[in-house]
Design a protein around this ligand. Structure first.
Ligand code: HEM
Length: 490
């Protein structure tokens, strides 16, 4: 009989030794002292499972109710639910950088976007270049585009109601928000509202976003398969290539049209950058523009569409009739051709929007940040370098000490908000990484709400559509479990 090599015989002992060493190491690791379920000292498997089935944010919130404001989620990840932690982690002067999780948003490998970059210099450069085009005054210049898209949305809903007796408002809000983001990023709309269906680019984007959600746990496999041509992700690499060439072609066309008709060309988020590629010494490459334009479409579609959908759903429920009536009374004061500027001062409309963003924040789970070199103290706890500090809007917005009866949809709580309420509100993120699309989002939400309820003041939940169909599932962006929202509109 052939002799078995010694190293093979030694393998089980080596593995056992390694395993025991890991147990000892993790048992005595600094994060092991923190509150949290016992298994999170050793593994993040439960967290991964909860994220994969869409219940991660709710699970973390339950842990906060059980263990307090600091909860360990895995050997390296700790979630905080306090204003003080929020201020330390998302500090304007010394923020913690984004964690490697954000790599999933990089469609072009090694080219980052304003949302995904983990490098302070790159973030500052993108932010300086993009804050002008996304400012409140710039967004005002494109209000007519938003108004036209929303008018077409209402028309499509009316047609669908006549044809089938109920309307999937989520579908139309999704088409509207994506068409607006497409127009303002690529210089032309995807025309999904006009054609009444998703185009290939959006189907590809959805497929790749879904894959990215899974890939966050095994990113090396995805990149290795691309580098070495492994067949396992061939289709998704083909999708990425299609997305890239669509974005490239659109931006080239945008550039050509802009050069041909400089006087009449409608400005977009990227008009100035495509013209010069630089501003006050900051430069941006064409690939970086492509990456950022794609990111703006992802960041600006489901977020706005789902928020607007939860808002109209809440106000169409029988139990919230009084809330809707109060809003309708306020909307009745508007001039016929109202604009965003007429809506901004309406107090109750803004309360309804804030309450929707509190209870149905579109990106409600962890905003993970890497603990800086040398470690850092958060809420009196020292986190070693290599740890990830997380704050999640879902828990911040459901703290019963800040928002009494937190699961109740109660817009009036925003009439006289406490300092704690304002400080805890993080639907658009916090600190230097706050949402760049906030002015566009508020414009779409205000105009979308006013136009909807002035046209359909008697909207109600469609027969057979249940509350559980709107249960929130979170895969970074939150969406209704049923992926639809059926209402009867009149
Ligand atoms: C109701 C609608 C929206 C909500 C709730 C929302 C929420 C957020 C949140 C929570 C973040 C921070 C993410 C993080 O820290 O990881 C963020 C960042 C961002 N959002 Fe939004 N967003 C909305 C609409 C939009 C729109 C319409 C756009 C653009 C078209 C947009 C573009 C961005 C960008 C570019 C960032 C990255 C900013 C940075 O890292 O400096 N968002 N958004």
């Amino acid at each position: 009989m052939e002799k078995i090599p010694t190293f093979i015989l030694a393998l089980p002992s080596a593995l056992l030794f390694w395993f025991l060493w890991q147990i000892i190491r993790l048992t005595w690791a600094p994060n092991a002292r923190l509150p949290g379920p016992w298994h999170t000292k050793y593994t993040g498997a439960v967290k991964v499972y909860k994220i994969m089935n869409g219940s991660g944010a709710a699970w973390v919130n339950d842990l906060h109710r059980k263990y307090g404001r600091i909860v360990r989620l895995s050997p390296t990840e700790v979630d905080f639910s306090s204003v003080s932690a929020l201020k330390t982690i998302h500090n304007y002067r010394k923020p913690f950088m984004k964690s490697d999780f954000y790599k999933i948003f990089d469609f072009i490998p090694d080219v980052s976007s304003v949302l995904s970059t983990r490098t302070p210099g790159t973030h500052g450069r993108f932010r300086r270049l993009l804050s002008g085009p996304t400012s409140e005054s710039s967004v005002k210049l494109v209000e007519h585009i938003v108004q036209a898209k929303l008018d077409l949305t209402i028309q499509r809903m009316e047609e669908e109601m006549k044809a089938q007796g109920f309307v999937d408002v989520l579908k139309w809000h999704h088409f509207m928000a994506t068409d607006v983001s497409g127009h303002l990023s690529f210089g032309e709309s995807f025309q999904m509202l006009e054609q009444q269906k998703k185009n290939q680019y959006i189907r590809d984007l959805e497929a790749t976003s879904h894959l990215a959600g899974v890939m966050q746990f095994i990113p090396w496999l995805f990149f290795a398969s691309k580098k070495y041509g492994l067949p396992i992700f061939r289709e998704s690499h083909a999708i990425n290539a299609r997305l890239y060439s669509y974005a490239e072609e659109s931006l080239y066309r945008h550039k050509r049209m802009q050069a041909a008709e400089p006087q009449t060309f409608q400005p977009t988020f990227f008009t100035k950058l495509l013209q010069a590629g630089e501003k006050d010494g900051d430069t941006i490459t064409f690939e970086e523009i492509i990456q950022n334009a794609q990111l703006f479409i992802i960041a600006g579609s489901d977020t706005t569409a789902h928020t607007l959908t939860y808002l109209v759903w809440q106000l169409s429920r029988t139990e919230n009739r009084d809330i809707r009536q109060r809003l309708l009374t306020e909307l009745a004061t508007l001039p016929k051709d109202f604009a965003n500027d007429d809506l901004k001062p309406l107090p109750y409309l803004n309360c309804v929007i804030s309450e929707t963003l509190r209870l149905h924040a579109a990106a409600p789970d962890g905003l993970p940040r890497a603990v800086p070199a040398g470690g850092a103290e958060v809420d009196g706890v020292f986190l070693p370098e290599g740890s990830v500090a997380i704050t999640q809007p879902w828990s911040m917005h459901r703290d019963p000490e800040v928002f009494p009866d937190p699961e109740r949809f109660q817009p009036s709580r925003w009439e006289n908000p406490t300092k704690d309420m304002k400080d805890s509100f993080s639907a658009f993120g916090n600190g230097p990484r706050t949402c760049l699309g906030i002015h566009l989002a508020y414009m779409e939400l205000r105009l979308g709400t006013a136009k909807f309820f002035l046209k359909f003041p008697e909207s109600k939940i469609a027969n057979g559509f249940e509350d559980k169909d709107m249960d929130m599932q979170v895969s970074f962006v939150m969406s209704p479990k049923s992926h639809k929202c059926l209402l009867e509109l009149s």
